[in-house]
Design a protein around this ligand. Sequence first.
Ligand SMILES: C[S@@+](CC[C@H](N)C(=O)[O-])C[C@H]1O[C@@H](n2cnc3c(N)ncnc32)[C@H](O)[C@@H]1O
Length: 292
Amino acid sequence: MESWVEDIEFERLSIPARIAKKLLINPLANYLPAAMVKGLLRICKSELALSNWRDPGGWRSMVISYDGNPEKGIDKMLVTSGSIPTALRNRRRLASRLIARLIDHAPHEPAHVLCLGAGPGTIITDAMGQAEHDSVATLVDISSDAFDYGRRQAAERGLSERVRFIQGDVRDVKGMLDKQVDLVKMVGICEYLEDEQITSIARAVAEVMPAGTSIVFNSISKRHGTDRFFRRVFGLHMIHRSPQQLQELLEPVGFGEFTVFAEPLGVYNIVVCKRLAAPAAETGNNTPKEAE
Ligand SMILES: C[S@@+](CC[C@H](N)C(=O)[O-])C[C@H]1O[C@@H](n2cnc3c(N)ncnc32)[C@H](O)[C@@H]1O
């Protein structure tokens, strides 16, 4: 699997940019009075800030970061030089490549991918476009307003007939699983869920995943250095967990063979694990493996 991602062109931060962030930009962002920073973002009409205030961690701010080319000057600065937006674009490239190759290795065509907290489905439609094999996707999101954008995006990519959108809370995923899935994508969602919710979602999807099929999810670390800023200014309360901590949530409900893929900023890891035929304790094959 490591060879699948070798040629991805990631975005990186230069050494001067990293030093400036550590010594100046992050301390200012984290410790200037929140009211002052919010006021400044309001005056500059930041769409990134507005979309986060309306829907913290929602799909719109993600799309602004993905596109990397917003209208307002303040957003351009935040999106092109911010650690989280840059790492998000890296995460998108990494996750879509892995999902595309997993679709190609699915036992039958079309492979059915279940996407939880999918937003408009940018990553899955990227992956479906990259995959050589055929696939269909079910996209679940709590916010139906992501779907109009998602349908347009799917149409532009010639994928309208291969995606279906379901409005729902992934915490109730059990009631939505009407057919077997070949791959589950949980990218951009675990950081908004409590431990018990992740475990119960994994337990529910395990019931419709044949042995050997995969879940693709991500961890987030505090290496972006701006958690205090995101909490105070954007109202974004993400739960930071290591790949190991996520593994500990998924192992007891029947997943193993965890492989971790890092993006170069060290903010996100994409983790792939497999549905085991028997509970992890019986197979003993759960030593985590770092991808190069
Ligand atoms: C940060 S966006 C990630 C979108 C997409 N997965 C990606 O990585 O590009 C998080 C998405 O999860 C959705 N979401 C958050 N909590 C949810 C829940 N409990 N059930 C379903 N969707 C949820 C939000 O509406 C949003 O679209």
